[in-house]
Design a protein around this ligand. Structure first.
Ligand SMILES: C[S@@+](CC[C@H](N)C(=O)[O-])C[C@H]1O[C@@H](n2cnc3c(N)ncnc32)[C@H](O)[C@@H]1O
Length: 321
C-alpha cells in the first residue's frame, strides 16, 4: 500500500466554496457534507477548527487512515489502556476528533458487543462500509453533546495541533465529564518535532512550532499531558513513549512513515506557504530536501506519547462501614 495509490477517484463535482483555488489535486475533494474553503488546492471545512493547520479533504483522510494502520503497528495495538476484556464483553466507547474514523471502525469490527460513538468538529467521516455498532456525530470536543458519565472508555488521538496549551485542561475536563466513574480516558499524541533530524527538517519544524505558538498552540505539549491528566483528577495515570522511526527500522513501516511524513508536509503546505512567505517551488524544494535528509543521512524518529488514566469512582473509593 502506498499513500498515492490509495484512491484514484477524480475530484467530484460536489458543491464546494472556491475561495482561493479550486481543488486542483486530482484526489483533493470534499468529504461528508461540510462546505469547504479551498486554499492552494486543499480543502479546509468551513466548520473546522480555525487553529488547526491541516486540511480535512479526501487526501488528508486517506493519509490519516494509512497513519492509523502504521501507528497501530508501531505501538503494537490501536490502544494501550488495559481495556481488551471490557471491550470483548461490551462497553460504550467514545472516540473524539476521530477524523475519517479508522480507529472506531477497526475496533467496532473486532469488538461487536461494544458500541462506538465517533465525533469530529467537521463532517469528515468515511462512514462507507462502517460496522453497525459505530455512530458518527459532528461535535466540538469543547462541548460534547452527551450526558455526564455516558461512556466507559474515551479515546482521543493526535490533537497536538488542535488545542491551545491553555485549553488542554478544559478538554481533559470535558472528556472526564462524559466518562463514567471508574471509566478509562486514553490520549495518544505526538510532539510535533522530529528527533535526530537534519538541518532542513529541523528548521522546518522549528518554524512550524513558532507558527503554532503564535496561535497559542504548544505543538510539543504531548509529554506534559500526563501531569495535566493527574492534576485534573484522573487516577493511576500511565505514560509510555514509543519511538516511531522515519524511513528505517522495519522496512514496510519505515517506508510508509516516510510517505506519511511527506504527505503531512503536503497537507501543511497551504498554511505554511502563507506563514513562511515562500513560493510553491521554494516550499517544494524545502520538502524535497527534508525528505532526502529523512531517507538518507539522518535516521530520525517521531515520539508517540500514550497516556491512560481512570476517572475516580466515589462509590469504590468510599471507606467500608
Ligand atoms: C490529526 S487529525 C486526527 C484524527 C484521528 N484522531 C486519527 O488519529 O486519525 C485531528 C482531527 O481533530 C479534529 N478536530 C480539531 N479540533 C477539534 C475540536 N475542537 N473538536 C473535535 N474535533 C476536532 C480535526 O477535524 C481532525 O479530524
Amino acid at each position: 500500500m502506498t499513500i498515492a495509490s490509495l484512491d484514484t477517484t477524480p475530484a467530484s463535482d460536489a458543491t464546494v466554496n472556491h475561495v482561493n483555488h479550486a481543488p486542483r489535486h486530482p484526489h483533493a475533494r470534499p468529504v461528508g457534507s461540510d462546505s469547504y474553503i479551498w486554499i492552494d488546492g486543499r480543502g479546509f471545512p468551513k466548520t473546522g477548527n480555525p487553529k488547526y493547520l491541516l486540511p480535512n479533504d479526501d487526501i488528508e483522510c486517506q493519509r490519516l487512515t494509512t497513519q492509523h494502520y502504521i501507528v497501530g503497528r508501531v505501538i503494537k495495538s490501536p490502544y494501550r489502556a488495559p481495556i481488551t476484556e471490557a471491550l470483548e464483553k461490551g462497553i460504550k466507547v467514545l472516540n473524539v476528533g476521530c477524523g475519517p474514523g479508522a480507529w472506531s471502525k477497526e475496533l467496532a469490527v473486532r469488538f461487536p458487543f461494544s458500541t462506538f460513538v465517533a465525533t469530529d468538529i467537521a463532517d469528515v467521516f468515511n462512514a462507507t462500509g462502517s460496522p453497525p455498532n459505530v455512530t458518527f456525530i459532528v461535535a466540538d470536543t469543547f462541548k460534547l453533546p452527551f450526558e455526564d458519565e455516558s461512556f466507559d472508555y474515551v479515546f482521543q488521538r493526535f490533537h497536538c495541533l488542535c488545542f491551545t496549551e491553555a485549553a488542554w485542561p478544559t478538554i481533559i475536563r470535558e472528556l472526564m465529564r462524559v466518562t463514567k466513574p471508574g471509566g478509562t480516558l486514553e490520549l495518544v499524541e505526538i510532539s510535533c518535532t522530529i528527533h535526530d533530524a537534519g538541518p532542513v527538517t529541523t528548521t522546518y519544524f522549528e518554524k512550524l512550532r513558532m507558527t503554532m505558538l503564535m496561535r497559542g498552540v504548544n505543538s510539543n505539549y504531548a509529554p506534559l499531558l500526563g501531569g495535566t491528566m493527574t492534576s485534573e483528577g484522573l487516577e493511576n495515570v500511565k505514560h509510555e513513549q514509543v519511538k516511531w522511526n522515519i524511513g528505517w527500522g522495519h522496512p514496510e513501516l519505515g517506508r510508509l512513515t516516510t510517505e506519511n511524513t511527506a504527505a503531512t508536509f503536503g497537507g501543511l503546505k497551504p498554511q505554511m506557504l502563507l506563514v513562511l512567505g515562500l513560493d510553491e517551488e521554494e516550499y517544494d524544494q524545502t520538502v524535497r530536501e527534508a525528505i532526502k535528509e529523512l531517507s538518507g543521512a539522518y535516521p530520525s524518529y517521531w515520539t508517540i506519547e500514550c497516556f491512560h488514566g481512570t476517572k475516580p469512582d466515589p462509590d469504590c473509593d468510599a471507606p467500608e462501614r
